[in-house]
Design a protein around this ligand. Structure first.
Ligand SMILES: Cc1cc2nc3c(=O)[nH]c(=O)nc-3n(C[C@H](O)[C@H](O)[C@H](O)COP(=O)(O)OP(=O)(O)OC[C@H]3O[C@@H](n4cnc5c(N)ncnc54)[C@H](O)[C@@H]3O)c2cc1C
Ligand code: SF4
Length: 476
């Protein structure tokens, strides 16, 4: 096996597989190192058993164990275990100025600049707007709640073909309906000559003659290394930062901003208990992501809201309860029976927040520090509660909590730890994802996304990876 490549890419999710294909199509010899293994429809199960899920997911705790950050750990990364909502980020996202006064996206990257790259990903992954027939009743009920307020709610976009609405998108789709990267970029990359080495955990990057050496743990031969003229980090927002932090002794010019600006995309989970009299909709039925999203609060609050179905395992994990009441005991059990079938609407709120957390190493292993009690995040939560309360009031419903005191912030949408940007003092990578001070070392995944995307971030991550790949192809 030769150990010299034009490009070595670490991670096979959106940020890795997309540049892999584009570089190979341009005649480059490309290797992708992926710590997970290849899983296909035959390996997936319709199960929420943690012993099964751990096969394809990585879970990294926050340092206070309050949150467990989840990401895909399999060939294809998050695309294999995500719930598939893929909307473009609104234009205002690219102009966002954080509370420190920093405009996080580089001036060179606007929605107009991103549009052709969004279109490329949508075409490759068969992303399209759901039809109303494909929207589960839960989504339809949330749309009706918006309608009560005179507000709109539209069908969201997904990479699904012939979806059977079984609701196990996050466990891997056994029907092959979800068009993960395993159906498009990865097979095409393999066809173009890309080598995917699975079970390989990248540890450190060292500068070497004509490029970089990547040291990694191989499942067969143990610690070994490969050389790439170009190296692209795509190990996710925690993984890419961790590799750079471990490599600091070899990459002494790395920005102290590496690992900083960790952002959860403003994700918060809220619930609504509907009053009697609504048509039955069975909140556990339908695909994981219930098909609709509202932008009705975007102009005023810079948040979007979408709904999800609630299988029993998710319900029990979410600590859903009425404010002031316990999420346990006989009263809770009785209440659960009453609301579970047709009175419970669960929503994910996403909004623009400043990235205030950080990733750091503890004995070479990454940990995340993220405090949801900073003044700015508290302000954000208060805004979300105000919006949630207005929706509840208009529908005679009750806003439900999802943490003992407050609201669960979801741990699936991490970004920003090796962010691109215009200001060298505040961004470890330049606008094209090149790590400052290290020509040929790039970051192309969610760690490069400099700020919240206002909606789920995979499509923006993928489009940005196309943009960075186009730059690498023309300059290297
Ligand atoms: C349960 C769940 C549901 C989600 N639902 C949605 C959704 O509906 N819509 C949406 O837009 N987003 C969703 N997301 C988020 C989305 O999956 C991520 O934002 C996206 O996958 C990030 O892309 P990425 O390329 O940065 O990283 P990933 O897709 O996470 O890929 C990183 C890859 O790098 C590998 N890796 C990590 N460290 C190493 C290492 N040291 N060596 C080698 N390989 C390594 C990992 O195994 C992984 O395969 C969801 C995420 C989860 C977990
Ligand atoms: S809901 Fe649709 S996309 Fe999700 S796992 Fe079932 S068939 Fe696949």
């Amino acid at each position: 096996m030769s150990n010299l490549y034009d490009a070595v890419i670490i991670g096979s999710g959106f940020g890795g597989s997309i540049p892999a294909l584009r570089l190979a199509q341009n005649g480059k010899k490309v290797l992708v190192l992926e710590q997970g293994y290849r899983n296909t429809e035959n390996d997936f199960r319709q199960s929420w058993d943690p012993k099964y899920l751990v096969k394809m997911n990585q879970v990294i705790p926050s340092d206070d164990y309050a949150v467990f950050y989840r990401s895909g750990m399999t060939l294809g990364g998050g695309s294999v275990v995500f719930s598939g909502l893929m909307n473009r980020a609104p234009s205002e996202v690219f102009q966002f100025v954080d509370f420190r006064g920093y405009k996080v996206w580089p001036d060179a990257v606007t929605r107009q600049v991103m549009d052709p790259y969004y279109a490329m990903v949508e075409q490759m992954m068969s992303v399209r707007q759901a039809t109303w027939d494909e929207v589960p009743k839960t989504g339809g009920t949330f749309a009706r709640m918006m309608d009560t307020m005179g507000l709109t709610c539209d069908r969201a976009n997904y990479p699904y073909i012939n979806c059977r609405q079984c609701g196990f998108c996050e466990a891997g789709c056994i029907y092959g309906a979800k068009q993960s990267l395993m159906f498009n970029y990865i097979p095409q990359a393999e066809g173009a000559g890309v080598e995917f080495r699975t079970g390989c955990i990248a540890m450190t990057i060292l500068p070497g003659p004509g490029g970089y050496s990547v040291q990694y743990m191989d499942p067969h031969s143990g610690q070994t290394s490969v050389q790439g003229t170009v190296v692209i980090l795509a190990a996710g927002a925690i993984g890419s930062a961790a590799i750079l932090l471990r490599s600091k002794q070899y990459l002494s010019q790395l920005s102290p901003q590496v690992g900083q600006n960790f952002n959860n995309n403003g994700d918060l989970i809220v619930g609504f208990e509907l009053p009697d009299g609504w048509p039955p909709f069975y909140s556990y039925k339908g695909r994981t992501n219930a098909g609709v999203m509202t932008y009705a609060f975007w102009d005023e609050y810079r948040i979007t809201i979408h709904t999800g179905s609630v299988p029993p395992a998710i319900f029990s994990g979410l600590n859903i309860h009425r404010p002031g009441e316990h999420a346990w005991g006989p009263g809770f059990k009785q209440w659960t029976k009453e609301i579970y079938f047709s009175k419970l609407i669960m929503c994910v709120v996403i909004g623009l927040v400043t990235g205030e957390g950080y990733v750091y190493l503890n004995n070479d292993y990454p940990l995340v520090h993220f405090s949801p009690t900073t003044p700015s995040f508290t302000d954000y939560v208060n805004k979300v509660v105000a919006v949630g309360s207005s929706i509840a009031k208009a529908n005679n419903a009750m806003l439900l909590q999802t943490r003992t005191h407050g609201y669960e912030y979801t741990a699936n949408h991490m970004l920003g730890t090796v962010r691109i940007g215009d200001d060298p003092a505040l961004s470890p990578a330049d606008p094209y994802g090149q790590v400052r001070g290290y020509p040929g070392l790039f970051v192309a995944d969610s760690s490069s996304i400099p700020g919240g995307t206002g909606v789920n971030l995979s499509l923006t991550t993928a489009a940005n990876a196309e943009r960075i790949a186009a730059y690498i192809v023309t300059t290297w």
